[in-house]
Design a protein around this ligand. Structure first.
Ligand code: LLP
Length: 426
């Protein structure tokens, strides 16, 4: 019997006597009727639970990596917690500003921040700026001098650790566009450049070894690689990045926050640093991925004799590009019969003019799945909406939040007018 494993669903998910999916006692059909499909639904109680558990897991500060999913409505929820926010572009900063997320709680990332972005960050009083190149250090120094600000900086270093994950989301290795290499001495030189610059304040170091990491050993190696820098420069802030892995498939298990915390804490303790410091971690995916699912409507079923059956939905690579980019796997299920045996193989594809527009190569759904049915893909809360596009001028879907108090629109769906608003009609 091939059923969807319940651990892939958010906290508020359940099924009624008929096996229909409910999210906080709202029947899935209600979401579809009110908001249409495709649709992202986030269980915000699930997000808050993750935030609370992460904060409690260790004596560290948690920064949410907003690239995973960002919206004003989400920030208004997160703001109530003792959480920092990682923004990695002027656009993410603009959303944080719009939500009135305090500047002092922002960490500003990016390997190629423009002068405008840096100026905006200083004007908004961003708490920590993570510098990533010598060019940026001098650019920022000039801007800080003009503004009369003294920005607090983290120097992003490349620990030289190869985390076992997809090549495109691996960042800690030597050959990377991110950071200053520890091994080559560039990290040391960058830290000293910051320390020696009267316009800048050295607050600490930052490292991030990649995303979707399950081998905690990689984090131990990360800390070890930083040991000499920590002993030499005694940074007040040690930001070890995010990356803890999340389960997408029935047979996967999400990384355990407490074990992650223990690994990092123990690895740092073992260095016997004789000064006080603040550890920061920056998870994105682990906070939002499994809180959301996407609903699609099945539009066509095309059976190719002896080959396979294509099941086409009303979204695709524009709302979830991850299968195309990273060959990422997802599960699918039929929310009208959550417990049903998923006994039939389909290739779930989108509506885009591209053969590669695949959501799930080998999906299993109940044999009764037919045109007009709503299907769902769980664990779409991270890097789905945030990486969505308008390919083929397909409007981006709405995002709905649900919790025990009910449901509401967090981001409305795009309209054709939205798609046309950038055009020049002259
Ligand atoms: N901190 C820094 C500096 C980062 O670059 C990232 C992710 C994070 C934190 C958060 O990593 P997380 O905890 O979410 O794994 N689009 C890819 C993932 C790219 C991650 C980029 N940086 C995907 O869909 O798998």
């Amino acid at each position: 019997m091939n059923q969807l494993s319940r651990h892939l669903l958010p906290l508020g998910a359940s099924s009624d006597d008929e096996g229909r999916l409910k999210l906080h006692n709202v029947d899935f059909e209600e979401f579809v009727e009110v908001y249409g499909t495709p649709l992202f639904v986030y269980d915000t109680d699930d997000i808050e639970d993750k935030v609370r558990r992460l904060i409690a897991a260790a004596n560290w500060r948690v920064a949410y990596a907003s690239k995973a999913f960002l919206s004003v409505a989400l920030l208004k929820i997160l703001m109530q917690y003792d959480i920092l926010l990682d923004v990695a572009s002027g656009g993410e900063l603009a959303v944080a500003k719009a939500a009135k997320f305090p500047g002092s709680r922002l960490i500003f990332h990016g390997n190629n921040k423009s002068s405008v972005e840096l100026t905006d960050a200083l004007t908004y009083g961003v708490g920590l700026i993570v510098v990533d190149s010598f060019d940026e250090i001098s650019r920022l120094s000039e801007i800080a001098k003009v503004q009369g600000a003294l920005p607090r900086l983290l120097v992003r270093v490349t620990p030289g650790v190869e985390a076992h994950t997809h090549e495109y989301i691996m960042t800690g290795q030597e050959d990377s566009k991110f950071g200053f290499s520890v091994a080559s001495g560039a990290a040391k030189a960058a830290i000293e450049a910051v320390i020696d610059d009267a316009n800048l304040e050295f607050a600490g170091i930052h490292a991030h070894i990649g995303s979707q990491i399950f081998l905690l050993e990689s984090y131990r190696k990360e800390v070890e690689a930083l040991a000499l820098l920590l002993r030499t420069y005694r940074p007040e802030v040690i930001n070890l990045g995010g990356g803890i892995g999340v389960a997408y498939l029935n047979d996967e298990e999400s990384g355990d926050f407490e074990r992650w915390a223990r690994t990092l804490t123990k690895s740092i303790d073992e260095l016997n640093l004789d000064y006080s410091y603040q550890v920061i971690v920056e998870p994105g995916r682990a906070i939002v991925a499994s809180s959301a699912l996407t609903f699609y409507t099945v539009g066509t079923l095309k059976e190719i004799e002896g080959i396979r059956t294509y099941l086409a939905v009303d979204g695709g690579m524009s709302d979830n590009p991850r299968p195309v980019i990273y060959d990422s796997g997802y599960e699918a299920f039929l929310p009208r019969d959550l417990g049903a045996d998923r006994d039939r193989n389909f290739r779930i594809v989108g509506k885009h003019c591209e053969s590669g527009d695949v959501i799930i190569k080998d999906a299993y759904l109940p044999g009764s799945t037919s045109v007009g049915d709503v299907i769902a893909t769980p664990v779409t809360g991270a890097y789905g909406y945030s990486m969505a596009s308008n390919y083929n001028r397909v409007p981006r879907p709405p995002v709905v939040f649900v919790n025990s108090n009910g449901h509401r629109l967090a981001i409305r769906g795009e309209t054709y007018d939205d798609l046309l608003r950038l055009e020049n009609f002259d």
